[in-house]
Design a protein around this ligand. Structure first.
Ligand SMILES: [Zn+2]
Length: 283
């Protein structure tokens, strides 16, 4: 504990965020204006610790400046804001301690993919992506989507939050839309009912959303509020929903009222927090 505190103090000195850079980040990310002064202070501390632990690499000619790194750090740390006591901020960063690398691209990327069909035949295809989170590996982000965070937030989009939510989701296996939950989550007495409530509520919301997307794409119904990409898999639905929860809570609450209590309980637990290591896994 003493060592943790000493390391954190050293990191805060080493990666102290200059006032001018911090103010730039606040201007660039208007959804932070809803935070209280104490929350902003805590977010700044988390961001310093994050910058001390992570290694940024610019590729394909992209230069990672302090400003770029800070914009990523602040948004990556926003979901962690209430996930550890303020006097032990390093505990929240444990969610991201399975990797150090963040790769910054100057634009979107064409990724080569392979898939196996039921008869074992391998298919090759390409996919254009703005970001990627690899299990146990780095996070890749394309700069234009990070730079446009203010405008994208109006539609509930946020690339950095999306990829870092995948990272949280992957702490108990491949991303499936269900991160490790604490025992006693939302008042549940045992671990199976903890996950039952999560999976049931998310499952119903996901099915509803998929229906809305089908009605929109095939029958000309109004488009759903939230990127239709969220209908591609439960893990994507969870990540896309969390983006909107953090950057446009008003619209998210209006459209997904059943998910708000679950996300509140997960990201802003009452009565303290449960460290990552003490969380229960699904039975
Ligand atoms: Zn995704």
């Amino acid at each position: 504990m003493w060592l943790d505190r000493w390391k954190a103090r050293r990191a805060l000195r080493r990666k102290a965020i200059p006032e001018v850079l911090w103010n730039h980040a606040l201007t660039a990310l208007p959804f932070l204006h809803e935070l209280e002064p104490g929350e902003l202070r805590h977010l700044r501390t988390l961001s310093s610790l994050f910058l001390d632990h992570k290694q940024f690499t610019g590729v394909n000619g992209f230069e990672v400046t302090d400003q770029v790194a800070l914009l990523v750090a602040v948004q990556a740390c926003l979901p962690l804001l209430h996930m550890a006591p303020e006097n032990r901020p390093w505990m929240a960063l444990e969610w991201y301690d399975d990797f150090v690398g963040i790769v910054m691209q100057p634009s979107e990327v064409v990724a080569r993919r392979t898939t196996h069909d039921d008869s074992g035949v391998v298919h090759y295809y390409t996919e254009v992506i703005d970001g990627e989170a690899m299990e146990g590996g780095p996070v890749m982000l394309s700069w234009p989507m990070v730079a446009d965070a203010a405008v994208l937030a109006m539609d509930g989009y946020n690339l950095v939050i999306h990829e870092f939510i995948h990272k949280m989701d992957m702490r108990n296996g491949p991303a499936d839309g269900c991160p490790p939950l604490p025992s006693g989550f939302m008042g549940h007495a045992n671990r199976s009912s903890v996950y039952q409530e999560w999976n049931q509520t998310w499952g119903v919301a996901y099915d509803d959303f998929r229906q809305q997307v089908i009605m929109y794409q095939r029958f000309g119904a109004p488009p759903p509020w939230l990127d239709a990409y969220a209908a591609s898999a439960p893990a994507e639905f969870f990540a896309v929903a969390c983006e909107a929860y953090f950057v446009n809570r008003t619209m998210f609450t209006r459209n997904f009222p059943t998910l708000v209590p679950l996300l509140d309980a997960f990201f802003n637990p009452e009565g303290g927090t449960v460290p990552l290591q003490a969380r229960v896994l699904p039975v």
